[in-house]
Design a protein around this ligand. Structure first.
Ligand code: PMP
Ligand code: GLU
Length: 398
């Protein structure tokens, strides 16, 4: 038998990716599954970005890249951060990696020591906890719920910080809830953090552009009192429909950027040359494609919220960003149908997969059982069909 390290044995598998895999397997067996599990835009990468990648191949961008990324891309990222977010970074503060996931993991490995506490408001994206565990840090959860729009408050944050706190990971717009912190709410959190100068703020801003009418995106890097210890994580996956290209970055204090570069230099080297040239085109080219996709997501948000609210047992809030709905499902606990009894949200997600043939993700994957996550980054027809099937399957539960 092969021996697997304790470090990897202790890791949970990514349930978002696992559920997506399960639905692909069922589909391969001929089952007509609608996949609302994985969160990725269903649009093709815009043509001008693809053309830049083709040109990069033609122009022989085929050699190892600088470990932190091409200077031209890092400059384009600094310009984007200044233009769109009003935050000032120099190219030596940017490290481009293989997706925001990689950039985030780099930052955690470069800053968290064994035993350090990292605060994670939950529900939280599946990978935060596991990355902290990989660094042998201690995740500290601040629970939220649908009644509070899944947002933490300044007093909750203050109460969670102690002398062992190394960092906090914030995500707005949020995966999995779609909640967006307002400027005032973030300012209140920044005020608390200003009183704790040893705490690093890691702001995952990957969904910044998937933001609905009435919302305002405010970068955590824009609060002067904490700007010098805020790390921004972002990338091209969501805004430009480029999940498979694998380009993300951290914008960090210089020492952290240097540490991340050292780590990356031993681990993965610089990110793909072709994908970096494509990402550069994304940041420097027309931004119309971003707005077009945003509008489509907003229309789908309205559709999925309307349909979900027609299902009596679901408690549904209206997401302000990202492309996820996170309804509470506890009304179905203790009920049975089709040979299934629902005792928790994991069983409900499995019931929906097997009976309704709709793949969702258990809220437990986001450290918040009692809910399920639906990704509505899919066509209107798929959304209507999926919600019709879910409604029927849930109505059977008695
Ligand atoms: N952060 C959040 C909150 C996400 O949902 C994702 C999507 N998987 C990522 C980071 C990572 O994105 P990527 O690695 O594709 O850039
Ligand atoms: N962010 C997406 C999700 O949450 C992609 C899958 C992943 O990387 O976890 O579904």
């Amino acid at each position: 038998m092969q021996r697997i390290s304790n470090r990897v044995q202790a890791l949970a598998s990514s349930q978002t990716l696992a559920m997506s895999q399960k639905s692909a397997e069922l589909r391969a067996q001929g089952v007509d599954v609608i996949n609302l599990s994985v969160g990725e835009p269903d649009f093709n990468t815009p043509d001008h970005i693809k053309a830049a990648a083709e040109k990069a191949i033609e122009d022989n961008f085929s050699f190892y890249t600088p470990v932190p990324g091409y200077m031209s891309l890092r400059k384009a990222i600094c310009e984007k951060l200044s233009r769109e977010n009003g935050v000032s970074f120099a190219p030596e503060q940017i490290v481009v990696g293989n997706g925001a996931k990689h950039a985030l993991c780099n930052v955690i490995l470069a800053t968290v020591n064994p035993g350090d506490e990292v605060i994670i408001p939950v529900p939280a994206w599946v990978s935060y906890t596991e990355m902290v565990k990989l660094a042998e840090g201690q995740p500290v959860f601040i629970p939220t719920d649908i009644e509070h729009n899944f947002k933490i408050t300044a007093p909750q944050l203050e109460a969670a910080i102690n002398e062992r706190t190394r960092a906090i990971i914030l995500c707005s717009p949020s995966n999995p809830t779609g909640s967006v912190y307002s400027r005032d709410e973030l300012a209140a959190l920044a005020d608390v953090l200003a009183g704790h100068p040893d705490v690093l703020i890691i702001a995952d801003e990957i969904y910044e552009h998937i933001l609905y009418t009435g919302g305002e995106f405010v970068s955590m890097g824009s609060f002067p009192l904490i700007a010098d210890r805020t790390v921004i994580i972002n990338g091209v996956s969501k805004a430009y429909a480029m999940t498979g290209w694998r380009i993300g970055y951290c914008a960090a204090p210089v020492e952290i950027a240097k540490a991340v570069t050292k780590l990356q230099g031993q681990f993965t080297s610089g990110a793909s040359s072709i994908a970096q040239k494509a990402a550069e085109a994304a940041y420097t080219g027309s931004q119309e494609c971003v707005e077009e996709m945003r509008k489509a997501f907003e229309r789908r948000r309205d559709l999925v919220v309307r349909l979900a609210r027609e299902i009596p047992g679901l408690k549904v809030n209206e997401p302000q960003g990202a492309f996820y709905l996170f309804p509470e499902v506890t009304a179905y606990y203790g009920k049975s149908a089709h040979g299934h009894t629902i005792n928790d949200s994991g069983e409900l997600a499995m019931y929906l997969l097997q009976v309704a043939h709709v793949a969702t993700v258990d809220g437990g994957a986001f450290c918040t059982p009692g809910y399920i996550r639906l990704s509505y980054a899919t066509s209107d027809e798929n959304i209507v069909e999926a919600m019709t099937r879910i409604k029927a399957a849930l109505a059977d539960l008695k």
